[in-house]
Write a protein that binds this ligand. Structure first.
Ligand code: 13P
Length: 331
């Protein structure tokens, strides 16, 4: 695989007016979300729910690709058609979350590090042969007192960059996702400082390791205050986010995609819209939302698991709203 092909995939994923739909909840996370709504988290229920999402009519007008987990890429519709085939027919790229989740970081009672590098090149080779074109690795950082620690930022960065290199060597576009969690009482200024610190170290190392920038996507949260304090205005979020990204993200990156991180659906859309209301940005920037697109659909499906129509309508509505916001046309 040559660099031009990596760049072409990255470009397709962020070409307006589309973004990415993240449906890559681990079984553990999916189980938590299902159980909150009274859905049993069986393999069949997870399959049926993912079928609903992937087969939503016209979703491909707003969504360029979907990120899935290993279980999902091997599943089929009830009629036996592979999910990967459906994505291909709809012209959407198929992505895979390849990290192995979180484990305790050193002796820290709070900090967690992402695992999963072992055997990754072999797994990537198989994914590539199945038609997967992009991948995701998520690191997380809590803001609390003096955290995140410099040690966590350093080690997480090393792993993110190793993963990115392995992906590009396998011909797969890496999404590097250092997620600074919203959970807490921190201010917008604190979030801005932490995201800046994380991006600073990350982009220095990506450059040192000769990662091919046009074949890479950054996935980050917007700069928002913690979820226990008063919300910021869309203008405040926009300005702080653009300051942060502007200082560290190189102009030749494939693109920036945003996570919703627990924001309510409307805020996630309005903030994205605000980011596109300032004129041209230096890089393509769009959504890669999970909860902010899926939540209404999942809630409706939980009420009536025998029908998918209402849930698919709700999914399409959020996807369309974010598509409009990705070009600054969401009113
Ligand atoms: P949310 O938009 O729900 O944060 O999910 C996106 C994602 O992929 C988090 O890793």
């Amino acid at each position: 695989m040559h660099n031009e092909e990596l760049a072409a995939i990255a470009k397709k994923l962020v070409t307006p007016p589309k973004g990415i739909l993240a449906i890559d909840e681990s079984t553990e996370t999916c189980t938590k979300r299902f159980e909150k709504l009274g859905i049993e988290s069986t393999e069949e229920n997870r399959r049926a729910y993912r079928e609903l999402l992937i087969t939503t009519p016209l979703i491909e007008q707003y969504v360029s690709g979907m990120i899935m987990v290993d279980e999902t890429i091997r599943q089929h519709t009830k009629e036996g058609k592979p999910f990967l085939e459906i994505l291909k027919e709809k012209g959407m790229e198929a992505g895979i979350k390849v990290d192995g989740g979180l484990e305790q970081f050193g002796n820290s009672p709070i900090e967690k590090i992402t695992k999963g590098l072992e055997g990754l090149p072999e797994r990537l080779r198989e994914y590539k042969s199945l038609g997967i074109t992009f991948a995701k690795w998520r690191a997380v950082y809590f803001i609390k007192n003096n955290l995140p620690s410099d040690e966590l930022i350093a080690e997480s960065t090393i792993r993110l960059v190793k993963y990115a290199k392995m992906c590009q060597e396998a011909g797969i576009v890496p999404i590097v996702e250092p997620e600074v969690l919203m959970t807490g009482e921190h201010t917008l200024e604190q979030t801005e400082k932490v995201i800046s610190d994380v991006l600073d170290v990350l982009f220095i190392r990506l450059a040192q390791q000769n990662i091919f920038m046009p074949g890479l996507l950054l996935k980050t949260g917007m700069v928002v205050p913690g979820d226990k304090v008063e919300k910021a205005t869309p203008e405040e979020v926009r300005d702080a986010t653009l300051r942060c990204l502007g200082d560290y993200v190189p102009k030749n990156i494939g693109g920036v995609v945003l996570l919703s991180g627990g924001l309510d659906e409307e805020s996630a859309t309005i903030y994205l819209n605000a980011l596109h209301n300032t004129g041209d940005l230096p890089w393509p920037l769009t959504f890669s939302y999970g909860r902010a697109i899926q939540n209404p659909a999942l809630t409706l499906w939980a009420k009536d698991m025998s029908g998918v129509g209402e849930a698919q309508k709700a999914l399409l509505e959020r996807a369309q709203a974010n598509s409009k916001a990705s070009v600054g046309e969401y009113i």
